[in-house]
Design a protein around this ligand. Structure first.
Ligand code: FAD
Length: 307
């Protein structure tokens, strides 16, 4: 290791852009936690913050409310996630219109998972948009939005092979997607190989790595195979025995995420999307390490806490 590593340059923060993902809260308590998180992360000036859309449109109102509050009460630019699940085209079009009237200019367009849960067979609504690519087309028909779509470095679990997966990404780009955000992953080589595959297929939009700080390893391990992400043995080993030791778990999670992000910076990655899980601390620390600073807000907060 030497001081000339790219990630150690004093101006590294000027070369990196971040975005943060939140989910719409279900209760007053979760709402309070989300807004604490938003308040803490806002000074980091993310390029945008995105708000997820629950399976089968189950969070339609809550997603809209959260996006609206971000628009009204912060200087942040929100991106609204949308899915095609269990909705006819005219219903999806109505949601797009609602967001557009609110002033939303960024979307994350997804097919979504079946309402019965990840892993169940997906059946498009008979009058609905069949997949992410069709939804991108519908959005582009309404306005010149900035549209992010999904990408899967380990391929989507329903894809028979990488060629099918990359083909879907290409269709989304051809319909107007401006950026892909990846499913979370822990092996940076897989990400790099996926980007190479995409470039070989003539896909040139940014493919932004989605970073998941591991707040709860057991939950991540249970969810990951259904989401199309492998939990490597070395990662399981790092969290082994920490289920009842939250403090050490958090420290290890921070080290693991920092290691992944700094390695990606060394590989030339300049954009990162963080799955925050509506928690600020790990994401804030990782951003700090890559030079994304809050320009005094933290120092002031720390000062007032000490006073
Ligand atoms: P698409 O891009 O339409 O397809 C994904 C892949 O599945 C394709 O590559 C294709 O190869 C394969 N595939 C699809 N259909 C078939 C088929 N019939 N036969 C063979 N292969 C097929 N989910 C939510 O519910 N709400 C969210 O807010 C949300 N946000 C997300 C954000 C990001 C960045 C990511 C990566 C995922 C998100 N998801 C969300 C999860 C996503 O909805 C699921 O992964 C879903 O299973 C696929 O949606 P998609 O848009 O990726 O699908």
């Amino acid at each position: 290791m030497n001081q000339f590593r790219f990630s150690r340059r004093p101006d590294i923060g000027d070369k990196i852009r971040v975005s943060f993902e939140f989910f719409p809260p279900k209760s007053d308590e979760m709402e309070a936690r989300l807004w604490d998180t938003v308040t803490r992360l806002e000074p980091l000036k993310p390029k945008f913050v995105s708000v997820t859309y629950g399976a089968g449109g189950s969070t339609r109102e809550r997603t809209a409310r959260t996006v609206k509050r971000i628009l009204n009460e912060t200087a942040l630019t929100p991106a609204a996630h949308m899915t095609c699940v269990n909705a006819a085209r005219h219903e999806v079009d109505e949601v797009i219109q609602e967001f557009a009237e609110m002033g939303v200019t960024r979307f994350v367009a997804l097919r979504g998972d079946p309402a019965e849960g990840v892993g169940a067979a997906y059946r498009p609504h008979p009058d609905g948009y069949a997949n992410g690519a069709e939804l991108v087309g519908a959005l582009k028909g309404v306005g010149d939005f900035d549209i992010s779509v999904s990408a899967y470095p380990e391929k989507h679990p329903e894809s028979p092979d990488f060629a099918t997966d990359i083909d879907m990404l290409k269709r989304k780009v051809d319909n107007g997607a401006t950026r892909a955000i990846t499913q979370f992953f822990f092996d940076n080589d897989l990400y790099e190989r996926y980007v190479e595959r995409a470039r070989r297929a003539g896909i040139y939009i940014p493919i932004v790595p989605g970073i998941l700080p591991v707040h709860n390893f057991t939950q991540v391990a249970n969810f990951s195979s259904r989401a199309g992400a492998l939990v490597p043995a070395w990662l399981a080993e790092r969290f082994d025995g920490l289920q009842k030791d939250p403090q050490t778990h958090a420290l290890v999670a921070s080290a693991v995420a920092a290691e992944q992000v700094l390695d990606l910076v060394e590989r030339g990655v300049g954009d990162f999307h963080f799955y925050t899980m509506n928690r600020a601390d790990l994401v804030f620390a990782i951003c700090h390490m890559i030079g994304i600073r809050s320009h005094g807000a933290v120092a002031e907060a720390a000062g007032s806490a000490a006073a």
